[in-house]
Design a protein around this ligand. Structure first.
Ligand SMILES: Nc1ncnc2c1ncn2[C@@H]1O[C@H](COP(=O)(O)OP(=O)(O)O)[C@@H](O)[C@H]1O
Ligand SMILES: [Mg+2]
Length: 233
């Protein structure tokens, strides 16, 4: 069985001063390395929170999460070394050049060929002519390319992207989506994209809708509708 992340019977709630907010209750989801997933849903539905749980960066109120790697079951804490994250706002370090932004995760791991690997990845995302530019000297689309190279440079098993094209015009958004899906495929990484864009969502193999605290697989819904239609014909 491929490496995968499993969330079982997850409940996530927050106690604020005024009230208790329950984002979801009894949520179940499995993510397999090498496959792509889109999570759609209205603003405030809990998509970003779900991404934080799946990536092991936050803990659920109740429920179980596990990361199955090479057949061994581990806690979600151990995912940290195996994931890359891409955000809508890019989150690059403003003082560093593109090259050093991409090399940073490798340098932090003590990789001696950090700069060479960063150059290779910046070339893959079409930025070999922008190595020494700082984020403020790059367009939004270029900054997101740097963020993709930074997320993929250490070849993580899973990539999480929270509205990665939300700040881009349609042309840049299409280019970024092409890159994201092709780079993840090349690395055999699992990809989980949170998005408002139906165009971006439709590129994923599995499409989910998070709404009113529950997660539904939209493709299964469509299939069952097709079956119902076929039966009624
Ligand atoms: N740490 C927290 N404490 C209290 N409320 C939170 C916390 N994190 C998220 N929320 C609330 O949970 C809801 C869902 O947030 P989020 O996951 O960001 O939704 P989405 O990404 O779908 O827009 C929001 O109403 C937000 O205010
Ligand atoms: Mg969000």
């Amino acid at each position: 069985m491929s490496n995968h992340i499993e969330l079982s019977n997850i409940r996530q709630s927050f106690q604020t001063k005024e009230s208790k907010v329950t984002l979801f209750d009894d949520l179940n989801l499995s993510i397999i390395q090498g496959e792509s997933y889109a999570i759609t849903g209205p603003s405030g539905a809990g998509k970003s929170s779900l991404l934080m749980l799946l990536s092991g960066l936050e803990q659920a109120t109740t429920g179980q999460g596990r990361y199955v790697k090479a057949g061994q079951s581990q806690s979600l804490d151990s995912l940290r070394a195996d994931i890359g994250f891409i955000f809508q706002q890019f989150h690059l370090l403003p003082e560093l050049t593109a090259l050093n932004n991409v090399a940073l995760p490798l340098k932090l791991r003590g990789d001696k060929s950090a700069l060479n690997k960063a150059r290779v990845w910046l070339d893959k995302v079409g930025l070999s002519h922008r190595l020494n530019h700082k984020p403020s000297e790059l367009s939004g689309g270029e900054q997101q390319r740097v963020a993709i190279a930074r997320a993929l440079v250490f070849e993580p098993n899973f990539i999480f992207a929270d509205e990665p094209t939300g700040n881009l015009d349609q042309k840049s958004a299409t280019e970024i989506a092409d890159l994201l899906f092709s780079c993840c495929q090349e690395n055999n990484a699992g990809l989980v994209v949170v998005t408002h864009s139906e165009i971006l969502a439709s590129r994923a193999k599995h499409i989910f809708l998070l709404e009113n605290g529950s997660l539904t697989n939209r493709q299964i819904k469509t299939q069952s509708r097709d079956i119902q239609r076929a039966i009624s014909c």
